[in-house]
Design a protein around this ligand. Structure first.
Ligand code: DOR
Length: 424
């Protein structure tokens, strides 16, 4: 149920102060608020447009023991998100219009934020035959982002055809860039002195960038939109920078963990730190931070990947890859990018709200906090900090790589279409 609420004295991203009046799910003129309206004192807080995640694994249907649409979107709201994109690697895979509509209907009933459905590029994510791209796009789910995430579309001709198809309905192909031969199924550690020392199969950075290089050229060939998921290497950044300078329609995302966490963390063989692509070394972290600051990388996306304990309690090379991300995403970007002076607040809003909404073609998200716009917003305390406690998560899973870390703890309240979805 939508509330009427007058938020007073909030500081907007650009530093100006403003009252915000939430009425019937939209932002209304504060001067029109009745005298007895409920008030929220936001003195000292930043009011930002609700965050938008392009890359979320909600695990429903199929692995409700790890996450559900309800629990994953509750975590999203706790993290300040008002929209997430639900990845297609569920069981069954979201590769038909019916499957996409099923997820959209579930979300309509159970989610704590807007859920946009991501459709698979290939049937069953098997990389052999295109999925029902057009039917998913024209279904009630209105799919615009297509991804086999978790797997890379290795067949160049199939990738070319996917790009050609999605162009007709302004879709985007979001690629998990991992050369299947250079970084095969066993690869689990950034190829470096660390993989050698730890005896873990190496995942060279070029296994990512060779696919990025191929895909941007296919995007140019088809004049279509390609999006690079979880960029983790300096070489990929160079390729994307080159492609953008050439006018190729490429966008890219970086995860919070690839901004903050580095390869030496895997030295204890703690499978919480196993993720795909793997945590990289400091020179790569510096490259993706610079790229996020200068816009070569357009967006932050969490790759929130909950896993049940029984899928992580294995030797490092066997455990499933993936880590949680929704609840600490804003904290990590604040710490690494804003508190360090690399990025200002308006750029943070662009990278975590406006750009992902544009890439996913999501109307009503990523919009400025202006009268008449949907009341999707987050109130953030820039100075609050706490020690992350994985057991306090709203997610069903506990594979939180920030557990025990001192980090900003900014999110005070989140509103989706005027409804409070999280309040500290
Ligand atoms: O670490 C990862 N886990 N990377 C992916 O691309 C997929 C994800 C998952 O689904 O668990």
């Amino acid at each position: 149920m939508s509330t009427s609420l007058l938020i007073t004295g909030a500081t907007l991203a650009d530093g100006t102060r403003s009252d915000l009046y939430l009425a019937d799910g939209v932002l209304a003129d504060p001067a029109s608020a009745p005298a007895d309206v409920e008030r929220f004192d936001a003195d000292g807080l930043r009011a930002l447009p609700g965050l938008v995640d392009l890359h979320t694994h909600l695990r429903q249907p199929g692995r409700e023991d790890a996450e559900t649409i309800a629990s994953g979107t509750a975590a999203a709201a706790r993290g300040g998100f008002t929209c997430v994109h639900a990845m297609a690697n569920t069981s069954p895979v979201t590769d038909t219009a019916e499957a996409a509509e099923y997820v959209a209907e579930l979300a309509e009933r159970e989610a704590h934020c807007e859920v946009r459905v991501v459709g698979a590029i290939t049937k069953g994510l098997d990389g052999a035959e295109l999925a029902e791209l057009g039917l998913m796009a024209h279904s009630a789910a209105g799919v615009r982002v297509f991804s086999d995430d978790g797997r890379c579309v290795g067949d160049s001709q199939l990738m070319r055809r996917a790009l050609s198809y999605v162009k007709s309905f302004d879709g985007v192909v979001a690629q998990h860039s991992q050369d299947p031969r250079l970084a095969g199924p066993g690869a689990c550690c950034h190829e470096s002195e660390w993989s050698g020392r730890l005896g873990l199969p190496g995942w060279p950075s070029q296994a990512e960038s060779v696919i990025v290089a191929r895909d941007v050229q296919l995007a140019e060939l088809t004049d279509s939109r390609v999006h690079v998921c979880h960029v983790s290497t300096a070489e990929s950044v160079d390729v994307i920078r080159w492609a953008k300078a050439r006018g190729i329609r490429v966008t890219a995302e970086v995860t919070p963990h690839h901004l903050l966490l580095d390869t030496p963390l895997v030295a204890g063989y703690d499978t919480t730190f196993k993720v795909n692509p793997p945590l990289r070394t400091s020179e790569h972290l510096e490259a993706v931070r610079d790229a996020l600051a200068d816009g070569t990388i357009d967006a932050v996306a969490t790759d929130h990947a909950p896993h049940a304990r029984q899928d992580k309690d294995h030797p490092f090379d066997i455990a499933l890859p993936g880590m949680l991300g929704l609840e600490q995403a804003l904290a990590v970007v604040l710490e690494v990018m804003v508190n360090s002076g690399r990025m200002d607040w308006p750029t943070l809003v662009e990278r975590m709200s406006a750009a992902p909404a544009r890439i996913g073609r999501v109307p009503g998200q990523g919009r400025p906090l202006a009268v008449g716009e949907p009341a999707n917003l987050v109130l953030a305390d820039p100075s609050a900090r706490s020690t992350v406690d994985a057991s306090a998560s709203r997610s069903r899973s506990r594979n939180n790589p920030y557990d025990g870390r001192d980090l900003p703890d900014p999110v005070v309240a989140t509103f989706h279409r005027g409804v409070p979805t999280y309040r500290r």
